[in-house]
Design a protein around this ligand. Structure first.
Ligand SMILES: Cc1cc2nc3c(=O)[nH]c(=O)nc-3n(C[C@H](O)[C@H](O)[C@H](O)COP(=O)(O)OP(=O)(O)OC[C@H]3O[C@@H](n4cnc5c(N)ncnc54)[C@H](O)[C@@H]3O)c2cc1C
Length: 498
């Protein structure tokens, strides 16, 4: 298929502010001290996995990434070869720099040149990291992943940017509703979730205004917000409030109207998900707007989540210092109200933005001071939630590429008897990343999803650039995959020759 042509100005626009707020699934710039500690730790881990010997305690129900033959048994050699080549190029820093320079250069104004570049990107990184350009192509990818022996499920993510007006929000609403329809038309249980970004259905500046007002009310409980619906705790005693230093003006009538429209959009998506029997997960974004995102999530969860049917899942970012405290407050509140809640647990992807913002305002960063603290917080929240879902209502998606977090969660889930049949626990990795971990978790008997963005090249290219940037260096989540895939390819070659 020919590469879709789009105006270069539009492409360049997507490299602007909005993208860095809406799409950076990982922040590659960590502090030098934290990353050096982390490199030593992770290198040891990778080496031990790539060594031939399985761990002595290995059982069928533990996470085993040592047996590459078993891990990749469902993957044909041609697919492994392609993945190996894509991951190799994605990890070459000079290649990534060159690619990013080309994409942003004036050369993209030349139609023939642009078509060639986009054609190459489409048949390499785009196909590796994205489900397809439209519903039909994405549906085929989902079917292949689910039925083709991989047994993996998909979190369908229509990749849209954050928006600033109601018209764009309405357009995005239609796209999200269509995504739910695609999910419904696919084989049962092949789509685990539909993903929605609130900044795609509510104008960004309104999210900021509502967050300001919620923060102000948190500091001054008597401050009245007449539009506020029933919700769950959004901020804790240690949540950052430096974004709102002065009493914000109340919402204007127009803003209240826009807020209502945004809320109706979300409720329409919830209703469609309920009818299609596919849950919805709301992505977490950055702290200036996250209180409003949680407000939307929790107020809709109260309306839609029922005993054994959790339609609405929120996202907790463990790299935030207040993550555990907020999680405790929300779980306590839902227990009291008798509303089950689902959570996707991630480390968080806006680290450098958050650190820069806090420092520019003269405040302490809301992100944990070291990566070890983030790891500890992630594992602690995961363990806390596993205990909760083992005993009572609620559900958990452990979205991570981190092998240690995977191992810890597998061991605990196994001890608690939380398995595939419970339907309460899902592991998730980004599509095209951490295949070994996904297969290992699947082999250990868990439900595993791939978070799959889809949409036209125009929409998805910023996402691809982030993937490329994120996967630089020896610590990237792709390192382990590349090594294990190569090991399996060598094994297959030897088996064919001898
Ligand atoms: C299925 C799925 C859904 C996701 N949804 C969201 C979402 O809704 N919102 C969102 O923000 N992100 C989301 N992410 C991205 C996620 O937050 C992470 O950026 C990404 O997964 C890397 O974290 P990891 O758990 O895989 O761990 P690792 O592979 O171990 O990566 C750890 C990374 O954490 C960073 N880090 C965190 N805290 C610190 C610190 N204190 N000091 C230094 N470095 C630190 C570093 O950049 C490091 O590379 C999602 C990821 C997946 C797989």
């Amino acid at each position: 298929m020919a590469a879709r042509v789009f105006p270069p100005k539009k492409l360049l626009k997507s490299f602007g502010n909005c993208y860095f707020f809406s799409r950076p699934f990982n922040s590659s710039s960590s502090s030098p001290s934290s990353s050096s500690i982390s490199i030593n730790h992770s290198t040891e881990k990778l080496e031990s996995i790539i060594q031939n010997q399985p761990p002595p305690t290995n059982t069928d129900t533990s996470l085993n990434l040592h047996d590459v033959e078993k891990l990749f048994s469902s993957v044909p050699t041609t697919k492994l070869l392609r993945a190996s080549a894509n991951l190799h190029f994605a990890a070459m820093e000079s290649m990534v720099d060159f690619g990013m320079w080309v994409m942003k250069s004036k050369l993209m104004d030349i139609e023939v040149f642009r078509d060639i570049v986009l054609g190459v990107v489409k048949h390499t990184f785009y196909e590796h990291f994205c489900g397809g350009e439209d519903a039909l192509a994405t549906g085929d990818t989902v079917r292949r992943l689910h039925r083709g022996g991989d047994g993996l499920r998909v979190m369908l993510d229509y990749s849209v940017e954050c928006v600033s007006d109601n018209q764009s929000c309405d357009r995005n609403l239609e796209a999200f509703l269509h995504t739910v329809e695609i999910a419904k038309s696919l084989p049962p249980s092949s789509v685990s979730f539909v993903i929605v970004k609130i900044s795609a259905i509510c104008p960004m500046n309104l999210l900021g205004r509502v967050s300001d007002l919620l923060r102000w009310q948190h500091k001054n409980p008597s401050f009245n917000l007449p539009w506020k619906l029933d919700t769950l705790p959004i901020l804790s005693s240690i949540s950052p409030t430096y974004h709102t230093l002065h009493r914000p003006e109340p919402l204007t009538l127009d803003e209240e109207h826009d807020l209502q429209l945004a809320h109706q959009r979300l409720l329409k998506i919830c209703q469609k998900c309920l009818e299609a029997n596919v849950p919805l997960t709301i992505d977490a974004e950055h702290t200036p707007v996250q209180p409003a995102i949680d407000y939307f999530t929790y107020s809709s969860a109260i309306m839609y989540n029922r005993d054994d049917n959790i339609i609405m899942y929120g996202t907790i970012q463990a790299y935030l210092k207040d993550a555990k405290e907020r999680l405790l407050l929300v779980t306590k509140a839902v227990e009291k109200m008798g509303v089950p809640m689902g959570f996707k647990l991630v480390r968080g992807a806006y680290m450098s933005y958050e650190r820069k913002l806090a420092s520019s305002l003269g405040f302490e960063s809301p992100i944990h001071n070291s990566i070890q603290e983030t790891h500890a917080c992630y594992n602690d929240c995961a363990s806390f939630m596993l205990d909760k879902i083992a005993k009572g209502p609620g559900a958990l998606v452990l979205a991570t590429h981190n092998v240690e977090s995977g191992e810890k969660a597998v061991a605990k889930a196994h001890d608690l008897g939380v398995k595939k049949v419970n339907q309460k626990l899902e592991f998730a990795q980004l599509y095209g990343m951490s295949e070994a971990l996904s297969f290992g978790l699947r082999n250990a008997g868990f439900q595993v999803s791939k978070y799959m963005p889809f949409g036209s090249m125009e929409i998805v290219i910023p996402y691809l650039l982030r993937r490329a940037e994120e996967n630089r260096g020896p610590l990237s989540a792709l390192t382990l995959d590349r090594q294990l895939i190569r090991k399996e390819l060598k094994r297959r070659l030897r088996a064919t020759v001898f």
